[in-house]
Design a protein around this ligand. Structure first.
Ligand code: RAM
Length: 346
């Protein structure tokens, strides 16, 4: 099945999850005093990260990786973002960054289309736009830093759930927000994989927890009530799977309804240890932020334009090449279970 990554971007066993305490809208000041240009040359290495929403440990970790990279090359890191992951919640932040004249915006999009006009205005003003984690339409950004192929991410989750339920019975999906580009791409491919290779497994429902903990918790409860024969849940979001695990862990369904998807080891550890969850998958969000930061730098400095075949250096992760449609691939998903979860800290 899925092997450990062997390339330079291998999942590091210990990732320091930086204590970014993120509230409200604007967050971390830069690493060189908050100016918009990097002293010494003309490159404007002020790079602002704009996650789907704040308060999600996944994005805290990706931002910690970005900050590490930006500190290495002496740029200015910042993070801003909305409280809720709604389709156009990011627009006002993009407009403000355009006015401020940052060098690059690195964004995980809540919607493939809703932020496009704002991003293209930023680009018209000379700002480089990198999507990471969740893409926009390709014409609204210079590069997409993809954590793993959508096919690979879909397949690992289908493999895990079908194995856990004996390859038959009803399953449901608890997703993030309804417009999220990344989850929607994965869900489509999961449906294809189920139809092609798991004829006895029936996907009976897909619900949306909006990457909000309480909403995800409530949607889990509702799913289990609505579908008394449910044998498994896939939650392809770190917020959703943690909330679903918390619900299951104290319910009559613990150990009876399987749960897998995409989670962070630190949020899922107690549920693996108490038997609520057998396994789940993810990549290293810190590496994703780190790579997005180096890609932003390469764009800002004119080393690359985002053309297929462009290559750039990404610090400790090594060299990366831009593939078709301006996509840079981080690596493979990784499966966490009781045997290995103790090796990870993020
Ligand atoms: C949540 C977000 C993010 C996704 C992960 C797996 O943190 O929805 O976009 O990539 O889950």
């Amino acid at each position: 099945m899925f092997q450990k990554k062997t390339r330079a971007g291998a999942l590091t066993a210990v990732v320091a999850a930086a204590a970014l305490v993120l509230t409200g809208c604007a967050v971390d000041s830069g690493t060189d005093g908050g100016g918009s240009t990097d002293g010494g040359d003309s490159a404007n290495l002020a790079i602002t990260f704009l996650p789907k929403n704040l308060g999600n440990p996944y994005f805290d970790t990706s931002s910690a990786g970005a900050k590490e990279a930006i500190t290495e090359f002496d740029g200015t890191f910042a993070e801003v973002g909305p409280a809720e992951a709604t389709p156009d919640a990011q627009v006002s932040y993009i407009n403000t960054l355009t006015q401020q004249g940052v060098g690059a915006i690195a964004v995980s999009a809540n919607d493939p289309e809703a932020i496009c006009d704002a991003l293209n205005e930023a680009r018209d003003a000379g700002i480089k736009v990198v999507t990471f984690d969740s893409d926009t339409n390709a014409e609204c950004r210079d590069l997409f830093i993809n954590q793993a192929t959508a096919e690979g991410i879909a397949k690992v989750q289908v493999d895990e759930i079908t194995e856990q339920i004996g390859d038959e019975g009803e399953i449901a999906i608890l997703s993030a927000s309804a417009n999220a580009t990344n989850q929607n791409a994965w869900i489509e491919l999961m449906k294809e994989e189920l139809a092609a290779n798991h004829p006895n497994v029936k996907l009976v429902d897909t619900v949306y927890g909006d990457d909000d903990d309480q909403t995800s918790f409530d949607k889990t409860a509702a799913l289990l009530q609505t579908h008394p024969n449910l044998k498994g849940i896939i939650s392809p979001t770190t917020v959703g799977i943690a909330a679903a695990a918390r619900y299951l862990s104290t319910s009559e369904y613990k150990g009876k309804v399987a749960l897998t998807g995409l989670g962070t080891p630190n949020q899922m550890r107690e549920y693996v240890e108490d038997g609520t969850v057998t396994s789940f998958a993810l990549w290293n969000p810190a590496d994703l932020g780190y790579l997005a930061a180096y890609a932003s730098k390469a764009l800002i400095e004119g080393e690359i334009t985002g053309e297929e075949g462009d290559s750039f250096e990404a610090g400790k992760l090594g060299d990366y090449e831009v593939g078709a449609d301006g996509v840079v691939l981080l690596g493979d998903p990784y499966v966490f279970d009781a045997e290995n979860i103790g090796d990870f800290d993020f």
